[in-house]
Design a protein around this ligand. Structure first.
Ligand code: TXA
Ligand code: MG
Length: 337
């Protein structure tokens, strides 16, 4: 989090990018999770450009990124001490907390909701950009709506070749989006799973679901998301027998039963050497694997399921949403006989 780790070249780029933000432009930047497409959170016109660029429906609110805990006071009038308890443990880091919003947050940022999702990212470039811009930065993931999230600057370029500015911070560490929680009177509920698990948060405050999330207040509830533009399925026993492996790319977690596939990408490279599997490593490599197979010449992509516990819950959530559309039309696929 200190500037010392950033070299002069990147600091100069961040200064230029901050100017773009201050003048109402859009900057793509790395966070520890995925790349974001950012604008000054207080500039409704700049934020509108993000929705337009992404092709994102206006009912889907944006997360606001801050660099300093005290900035919360600008965005929320809430004095809920639980926010600070959570922040102390998880920020900077991949946890977004949805809290009541202040009047200065433009409605377009929150899609008209009275709450705002806030987080401090754990990435030096992101933090420096926010500080130099002098404002909180509203940013969704830097992909076209419904498509695979970007974990490298190259992924961002693929979607937005003409964007004002892309800060390149290499491959993101965590690889999947932040866990999103909402505080209610009795505890917290999870709106999107991420690498910070329910159990970890429960060690700080109780879990309590009011069970009344509607589509708008429950992000990631859109069933289809993260979709490659090729047929994409989660592998099961039936598919294993039907699939024409010579035309298929496999995203492998276990490292087993990989023979015959046109391409194989190991989510946890340790598994390739029979050293077991690692879910954090798998999360970090997930979207990159999907991009790589989307760009390759395979006709169909299949992903092996991972155990649905801990970080595996978040990985399976992304896989199910990526597979949703293809799964609905599975009978039409000619490579499955
Ligand atoms: O890791 C991340 O969270 C990345 C990086 C860039 O920070 N951002 C990200 O943003 O994943 P996006 O826009 O792709 O997903 C954010 C989700 C959306 O599904 C949105 O519905 C939800 O956050 N969200 C934002 N504000 C909310 C609010 N006030 N209430 C409920 N959901 C909210
Ligand atoms: Mg997204």
């Amino acid at each position: 989090m200190n500037q010392l780790n950033l070299n002069e070249q990147i600091l100069a780029q961040i200064s230029s990018a901050a100017k773009v933000i201050r003048s109402g432009g859009i900057v793509a930047f790395p966070t520890e999770t995925v790349y974001g497409l950012g604008a000054n959170a207080f500039d409704a016109i700049a934020v509108a450009k993000i929705f337009e660029l992404k092709g994102r429906p206006k009912f889907d609110p944006l997360i606001v990124h801050i660099a300093d805990l005290s900035d919360i006071k600008l965005l929320s009038f809430s004095d809920d001490s639980r926010i600070y308890q959570l922040a102390e443990i998880f920020w900077p880091g991949p946890l977004t907390i949805v809290v009541p919003k202040s009047t200065v947050v433009p409605d377009i940022v929150t899609s008209g909701l009275q709450t705002v999702g806030i987080r401090i990212p754990k990435n030096e470039i992101a933090l420096e950009l926010i500080k130099k811009s002098g404002c909180p930065i509203a940013a969704p993931s830097a992909n076209k709506f419904g498509k695979i999230s970007p974990t490298t600057a190259q992924h961002v370029k693929k979607y937005f070749p003409k964007i004002d500015f892309i800060l390149d911070g290499g491959k993101t560490e965590v690889g999947i989006e932040s866990t999103i929680i909402k505080l209610n009177t009795k505890g917290f509920e999870i709106l999107r799973h991420g690498v910070i698990t329910k159990e970890e948060i429960e060690s700080i405050i109780p879990y309590y679901s009011e069970g009344k999330n509607d589509v708008i207040s429950a992000p990631g509830m859109i069933k289809s998301h993260y979709s490659p533009n090729k047929p994409f399925y989660i592998l099961n026993e039936e598919l294993k027998n039907k699939i024409d492996r010579s035309k298929a790319g496999l995203i492998s977690f276990s490292g087993t039963d990989t023979e015959g596939f046109q391409k194989v990408i190991y989510l946890s490279p340790k598994s390739e050497r029979s050293l077991g599997q690692d879910l954090s490593e798998a999360a970090a490599n997930l979207f990159g694997a999907m991009h790589q197979l989307e760009e390759s010449d395979v006709e169909i992509i299949v992903a092996e399921p991972v155990p649905e516990k801990g970080i595996g819950i978040a990985i399976m959530d992304r896989l199910k949403k990526a597979a949703y559309q293809s799964q609905s039309a599975i009978h039409k696929n000619k490579f499955l006989e």
